[in-house]
Design a protein around this ligand. Sequence first.
Ligand code: AMP
Ligand code: MG
Length: 636
Amino acid sequence: MSVINITGLILAGGRGTRMGRVDKGLQHFQSSTLAAHVMQRLAPQVASVAISANRNQAAYEAMGVPVWPDELAGFEGPLAGLQTALRRCRTDLLLTAPCDSPFLPADLAERLHAALLAQDADLAVAVTMETDESGERYRRVHPVFSLMKASVLPQLSAYLDSGARRMDGWYKSVRVAEVLFDDNAAFRNINTLGDLKDMEALAARAAQPAQHQPGGAGYTPDAMPVEQAQALIRSLVQRHAPAPLAQRVGLRSALDRVLAANIVSPIDVPAHDNSAMDGYAFRGADLLPDAPTTFKVVATAYAGRPAAVPAGPGECVRIMTGAVMPPGLDTVLPQELAAAVGDGRVTVAPGSIAPGANRRFRGEDLAAGAPALRKGKRVSPADLGLIASLGIAEVAVQARLRVAYFSTGDELRSIGETLDAGSIYDSNRYTLFGMLERLGCEAIDLGSVKDDPDTLRATLRQACEHADVVLTTGGVSTGAADYIRQIMAELGDVAFWKMEMRPGRPMAFGRIQSGGHSALLFGLPGNPVAAMVAFYFFARGALLQMMGVDAERQALPLMRARSAAAIRKKPGRTEYQRGILAADGQGGQEVRITGAQGSGILRSMSEANCMVVLHASQGDTAPGDMVDVVLFDGLV
Ligand code: AMP
Ligand code: MG
């Protein structure tokens, strides 16, 4: 996964004292040299590679990349090489790797970059958990595996000027993000010829087919777990997304919008004590404990039309639901409970009603001054009614989030165009439209864009300049014709992730800048189902967060249901399967998977009414096991 604005620096400037003064990088290893192995692992992760070396420069130059000797004289250690490289590199970011670590992680750049971005750090460094001789676990920092902004040069130079030389001693002057890798062997370096032999053996083992390990960690070393990606996205949005702007709208227009302020009740609701039933109102104190009580009916109270005369002791008022309780009366007998009615009188049997029953109190729903609805809530039909019940005509809501989107691919045709050989109709723009509309965003459709660098760049810039968020589909995998990754990286800080999930492995996420504007970017996979899944499980929460929706309503609501059949699944990655949730005939809910789960098969998505979420730690599901599901209905 190459991140374009990174220069990879292979640190090969040492004296190689422990190797009998041979140049470590040029040491023979598995039919080439150690440095060549490092280069092979590093090059695909970065835009360009350079080597920091002070000896055998011709041999390094033969590898076809620039070789930078230290500008500080006298073999001053790796920091001297780093200083030179920071001065010389043309990119904003520099990634270092030692020349003697031939198994460096394939996702080193990607993961360090994601952390740099998420933690707004100057430098991201790899760490591993190790066990010392006494069995104690400790965190080991690998300062030679670090990604830093080129702008840290002054801090490094100041540190070197002070005479200090420790590889991580200057970290105090910069913001450092530590990134935990669980692939400890990937950071092994070779110090002695004995190490070299061990490494050869390790390499031989690594070449054998990988065994799937249950439990997530170590499943595919270069994949990003779903929860980690979600957390990174959340923290980046929190740090960088501008607060939404508020606007006032008429009550009906507030439906589905996000409240920008608490709605405080200006009145008591209800405004008067009133009757909860159609019946007869009287004083509870008048009821005889052991004998029937007969009241004289002196007036009638309707909703909106209070009784014309007051009722005295032994008297009652015929009353309708919602009518104001006449002064002094506190109890309503539902009409169907009356023992006898006639001749302008009502008789109540002893024990048939408790004093105080069926009276609704003033302010019982809401007292004046109490918050009726909280800022951050999306306005539902019930909320519209509640706001109306307070007599409020206009409310403050957050401005709509502007989301520009386009799909990419030479094969895409718009509806109305002819389908020539190998082309397909663009469906992603329509699912995206639907999902964005449901979410209440202002969806800006920028069309289908060919896999052409200039058009892609222009469209991405346009999107960035006109929207708060940019969504694209397609082109984020590593296909030859997919330029979008390159262009995204060129326009900002974008991380490319291979998600530990199915469907929808490749994804891009970050911020891009153009014309003084900046926008959050999601590069969703091209496969139609994968694009929807990535939208729901990654973009949706971030969009809600930017829309000002309160935190507890950003997460997808998970429900539990019984699985009707067995579901096969490998532990170690999250799987989202399309399901149909239905009543099981025994008062419970049962979910079954909709046929083929290929990530291009939209029909099974359309047939589904939920997604079954099989978490990374889960393996096969047996019939009858409980599983998590997310219902589509009301999802966005
Ligand atoms: P990509 O991620 O660009 O490699 O695309 C992966 C697969 O998804 C390819 O088979 C594409 O043809 C398909 N695909 C990409 N974009 C769309 C789209 N907008 N509508 C329908 N299918 C698409
Ligand atoms: Mg494509």
